[in-house]
Design a protein around this ligand. Sequence first.
Ligand SMILES: Nc1ncnc2c1ncn2[C@@H]1O[C@H](COP(=O)(O)OP(=O)(O)O)[C@@H](O)[C@H]1O
Ligand SMILES: CC(=O)N[C@@H](CCC(=O)OP(=O)(O)O)C(=O)O
Length: 252
Amino acid sequence: MKQQIIVIKIGGNAVTQLPDSFFQQLARWCQQGQKILIVHGGGPKISQLSTELHLAVKKIAGVRVTDAATLELTKAVLLGLVQPELLSKLSAHHLPVIGLNAGCNQLLQGHYLDQAKYGEVGVLDQLNTAWLTQILSREIGVLAPLAQTTDGKWLNVNADTAAAEIATKLNASKLVLLTDVPGVLSAGEVVPELSQQKAHTMIAADIIKSGMTPKIKAAFAALNHGVQQAFITDDLTHTGTTFITQKAGIAQ
Ligand SMILES: Nc1ncnc2c1ncn2[C@@H]1O[C@H](COP(=O)(O)OP(=O)(O)O)[C@@H](O)[C@H]1O
Ligand SMILES: CC(=O)N[C@@H](CCC(=O)OP(=O)(O)O)C(=O)O
């Protein structure tokens, strides 16, 4: 089988409740020689600790408004709590892993999204793909959704957006957005296939909202920029919602 790159984004809720099937599927992909990059979130923990420390929690369409104090807390949560916990769970399942962040070898560089509106929030520009690809040929990379400006300032990036942009830059075969729901839901049922047009309608009807909005945008951005497949699921062994492009010509 051709070696391909799979990017898995794990949301902050999902990361605390990974089923056995998650580790088993990773082991299967490793045995097949697939390269795997995990981008992890941590939003619920950032919000919880912000509240405990009396820092305002504000999100605009799923993107955290991040002042300087919230950025410090975000780095501490992602790199000090969520990432080590995830690395130790993966290691306990004998999977070869390495923790990564934007500070290593210009791994992820970006610029401010809109500093007046969002504060220290970034958009990705550059990924050190040569170095990352080498790492991924040996280990599962586990990466926090932070970037640095060219002059070394840290930026908070929504993890769904980061995962999709990284998947695009790596020319990944698959982007899996692993979350706490089995897919995009409509009237309590998983929507098995979602076109961009149908997603727009569901957003306008307020069926898709809050944290699901950046996922939808991220998934379509990745597909439209060459990633072959994108899914939202709560289980790596179920496809949940598969995103489809209009070009695929599948009925909506
Ligand atoms: N149509 C929808 N289908 C499923 N979940 C939705 C939908 N609209 C909004 N959501 C919300 O999006 C949440 C997932 O986003 P989020 O909490 O940000 O997860 P994560 O931490 O995995 O990024 C779900 O738990 C649900 O509350
Ligand atoms: C700018 C921005 O929104 N950054 C996110 C990064 C973490 C994240 O996205 O975590 P989840 O995937 O668990 O939501 C945040 O601060 O919450």
